[in-house]
Write a protein that binds this ligand. Structure first.
Ligand code: ZN
Length: 892
């Protein structure tokens, strides 16, 4: 629907009408792309570098270009080439070559060595349609029916109907699949989107036998693997009282008619980190030139609901992906100010506020990372690419805004993101997270306990409607009579109709709970045998009563009170926590889309499916980076998803350790990757990712130490912005199927391209500190158990001392200035060791706004009057041709 163009848009369009905008974009693109052919440069490079690439003459004979991206930030061209054998592509054998001035300057090689000798067969004996039947059988996807060939895209490249097993048409293409044993098998590559929406499979089936050889999931399930902890690592902390942050009120002259959202405004991470506030017209004019509700590239919103060019946020409370869900409507004023009262309320009652927040954060993710190069030509998510993809050999396709499903009923305690290739909609699914609340109605412990308990992975779910009963110790005649492991001497009469209290040690949780249920208990509380709280894992189809685990502190207090003869009447409720309010988790999910589209190019989203892949790490980093706030330090504890676990904001959240540069708190080093196995030969992608994110987080702070922090996430100049840029540019340089070493080298290469390598020394120091030094080796990137750890810096031939000298210069620079007093009130003094000629001294507030600036020669002691600055945190910067100094100052 169309609506009257608000004043704000009219103003915007005066300065940036669409026509002019497009012309500018096309001029730019034609300048860098017209008529160029990189084939010759690439051919020449490959044949001259066989030894370096560890390939044979024969391996580079046959390939095709599959994607090409010009990166504005690095001013280089990323070209992706696919290795072929007799015209058939080799799965994930996609190398990325970086070209500057028509010269190859960086390569992420993923070609298979000695390919032709590894290949036995070139013709399939299994028919493409039979591969569909084989997959359905082996993955238990149900009955295949109505298989129909819809399209033939080329030789042995088909599109079939959904065939009763897929939400989307099924593509079937002949490929070669490299296997762990070194062989390369002719296979059918199928793409099946499971009807329940949980998995979006990309499967390779032996084209002879029909056996599934390998599969990867375009959907990334972001569950943590720690559900089955038997003891807790986290302190038990009551929910904190949250102070309201200062709400920025728009000045009167800015009272245009604006789109408004009542949300947890970044950098607020979650309801436990701060309150909601109203943000007005938060879209970024470069990334979303027509606002967040546009799709046609002309002024005016097409939608008044939470839908637009970047994101379509909708309710999926029936877990059915096929229907279009409910979205809140902001009306013609686009006013998304909805009430939020979560206290004991069903999630359904605040769906408008939830979907608004989901829409907001997802759009912010689009807009922020757009600045750093996740843009149209790089395969970002937009319904309409606004013509910015013009004049490319492999133009990206429209029609792939993110479908963000809020309060999705197809799962619990989780979130996920499925990334198909460019031009097809990705889907984010945000679930509700269980949170058990224990209210003690009688006795000395009376009160409401939140943040102490978790529901078990088995048994009935607690609801908003409480289960109210008396507590009863589950007493038997065993050594520890409260373990609930033995029937002998069990106090059966005491359990009937009551809530059984059991200690966690001794036997399986499901056995304890089953025994309590068999003796007519109505619910079970399991008390941690170690300090803190924990989650109970396990599976049971026969347990029908709810079971919760509580912290040792609360549980032992209950046991003592009961043993003292108190009667404890207790109400148990489950008030779900809505993942859409955890901005860090939403950012993490969206981040999967960024990494999957950038590594290997937007046309190939399978490059992060090897065991040592780092997708989860990049996602954690994205969440951390956009929720940084002024005043944070390198040792501020940053957990992921602390809100959804009802933890204090200093908790570890859904990871093993909180993020911090303090290695006594987060001790992860590269060799810890080998300990991330799940016991069945598979690997915890979150465990591996968390080690990578720890390194990226160190880098973030190393760079902030050098360049300062800038709270302007879009166009700031801080060390955080520089790291954000290194990460995005690094993703584009990371080889397909990369491990840690490949990703580290990509970041080093990005620094060469972006900053002439001035940060090489700092980057090496960061990675070497956690064991990813110069001599480190990923081994086979498809194995998580074969790393070589090293803490060394590169030799002089790789990292000339001059590069480290540049860094030392900065350390010297830091010594040149002393700023005092800090905190200050009416003035600050800068005392200098030596004269600094032609310096710009400037002060910025935390919104990146310049509040003071002066150009002068600095000598002796300089005084700056700060009387006019309101209390708060500021950044002082001193710059000239050779010096770049920044320092945080506080004005009281
Ligand atoms: Zn994830």
């Amino acid at each position: 629907m169309k609506k009257k163009l608000p004043t704000y848009y009219r103003k915007t369009l005066k300065t940036m009408n669409k026509k002019r905008f497009l012309t500018a974009a096309m001029l730019f693109l034609s300048f860098i792309s017209f008529g160029q052919n990189y084939n010759d440069a690439i051919k020449e490079y490959l044949s001259n570098n066989l030894e370096k690439l560890d390939l044979l003459e024969d391996d580079i004979k046959e390939w095709k270009m599959t994607n090409e991206v010009f990166s504005k930030q690095t001013k280089v061209r990323h070209v992706y080439i696919q290795q072929l054998h007799k015209g058939i592509p080799v799965f994930n054998a996609v190398s990325n070559l970086t070209l500057k001035d028509n010269k190859v300057i960086f390569v992420g090689n993923s070609f298979v060595k000695d390919l032709s000798s590894k290949i036995k067969s070139t013709t399939p004996t299994l028919k493409a349609e039979n591969a569909i039947v084989q997959v359905a059988e082996q993955l238990k996807l149900g009955r295949v029916n109505g298989v129909e060939l819809m399209e033939e895209l080329g030789n042995n490249n088909f599109v079939f109907s959904k065939s009763g097993i897929s939400q989307e048409k099924i593509s079937v293409e002949l490929v070669y699949q490299p296997l762990k044993d070194g062989s390369v098998k002719l296979s059918w590559l199928l793409n099946v989107y499971q009807l329940d929406g949980i998995h979006w499979w990309n499967i390779r089936v032996d084209a002879k036998t029909g056996v599934i050889l390998q599969k990867n999931d375009w959907g990334v399930n972001c569950n943590y693997d720690m559900d089955t902890d038997t003891h807790s690592h986290a302190p038990t902390i009551k929910k904190e009282e949250v102070k309201s942050p200062v709400i920025l009120i728009k000045k009167k002259e800015n009272l245009f008619e604006l789109d408004q959202y009542n949300v947890f405004r970044l950098p607020v991470e979650s309801p436990n980190h701060g309150s909601r506030s109203i943000v007005s017209s938060p879209h970024n004019i470069i990334a979303s030139p027509f606002g967040w509700h546009d799709t046609d590239g002309a002024a005016g919103a097409e939608y008044t609901i939470t839908r637009g060019n970047n994101v379509h946020a909708q309710l999926d409370d029936d877990g059915e992906n096929e229907t279009i869900g409910y979205s809140p409507d902001g009306g013609s004023a686009l006013n998304f100010n909805f009430p939020l009262d979560r206290d004991g309320k069903a999630a359904e009652t605040y769906k408008d506020a939830s979907l608004t927040n989901l829409f907001y954060v997802s759009n912010i993710m689009h807009d922020i990372w757009y600045q750093y190069g996740f843009d149209e030509v790089s395969g970002n998510f937009q319904a309409n690419n606004y013509g910015r993809e013009a004049a490319l050999t492999f133009p990206p396709t429209d029609g792939d805004e993110v479908i963000a499903d809020g309060q999705d009923a197809s799962g619990r305690n989780n979130a996920n993101f499925a990334t198909p290739r460019d031009g097809r909609n990705p889907r984010m699914q945000m679930f509700l997270w269980d949170d058990a609340v224990v209210k003690i109605n009688t006795g000395s412990l009376s009160g409401k306990y939140t943040g102490d308990a978790y529901e078990a992975s088995f048994g009935a779910s607690l609801e908003e409607n409480p289960i109210t009963a008396n507590l009863a110790l589950m007493q038997d005649s065993g050594d520890d009579p409260l373990q609930g492991c033995s029937e002998s001497g069990l106090d059966v009469a005491g359990l009937a109709g009551n809530i059984a209290v059991i200690r966690s040690s001794g036997c399986l949780f499901v056995n304890k709970v089953q025994l309590a249920q068999d003796n007519n208990a109505v619910a079970v509380i399991v008390v941690n045998s170690n300090p803190g709280r924990f989650r109970m894992g396990g599976e049971s189809t026969t347990i029908t009563i709810p079971a919760i685990s509580v912290s040792q502190e609360l549980g032992e207090a209950m046991i003592t009170a009961l043993q003292n003869g108190e009667s404890l009447n207790v109400a148990l409720t489950g008030t779900p926590l809505d993942g859409s309010f955890d901005n860090g988790i939403v950012a993490h999910e969206y981040g999967h889309g960024i990494s999957n589209r950038l590594v290997g190019g937007g046309g190939n989203v399978n490059c992060l499916s090897n065991q040592e892949q780092l997708g989860e790490g990049w996602s954690d980093y994205f969440g951390l980076a956009i929720t940084m706030k002024p005043g944070d330090t390198d040792t501020t504890l940053r957990g992921i998803g602390t809100f959804t676990r009802s933890e204090a904001i200093t908790g570890r959240g859904i990871r093993r350790y909180p993020y911090t540069t303090n290695m006594s708190v987060n001790p992860f080093i590269f060799s810890d990757v080998k300990d991330q196995g799940l016991g069945d030969g598979s690997v915890s992608v979150h465990g591996v990712g968390s080690i990578w994110a720890a390194m990226l987080w160190d880098l973030q702070w190393k760079m902030i130490g050098i360049y300062g922090f800038d709270s302007n996430m879009y166009t700031g100049n801080g060390g955080n912005n520089k790291t954000m840029q290194l990460v995005i540019s690094g993703l584009k340089l990371t080889p397909c199927n990369s491990g840690f070493v490949g990703a580290r080298d990509a970041i080093l290469a990005a620094d060469e391209l972006l900053n002439d390598g001035v940060n090489q020394c700092a980057i090496w120091e960061v990675f070497a500190r956690r064991g990813l030094g110069y001599s480190a080796d990923s081994g086979d990137a498809d194995s998580f158990t074969d790393q070589t750890i090293a803490f060394d810096m590169p030799p002089e031939s790789v990292l000339p001392a001059s590069k480290c000298a540049a860094l030392n210069l900065n350390t010297e620079t830091l010594k040149m200035f002393t700023v005092y007093p800090n905190p200050a009130t009416t003035l600050i003094r800068i005392s200098l060791v030596s004269e600094v000629k032609n310096a710009t001294t400037a002060i910025y507030d935390m919104n990146g706004r310049e509040v003071y600036s002066k150009k002068s020669d600095l000598k002796g002691t300089v005084t700056i009057n700060t009387e006019n600055l309101s209390a708060g945190i500021y950044i002082l910067k001193i710059n000239n041709e050779v010096i770049s100094y920044s320092q945080k100052i506080i004005i009281n």
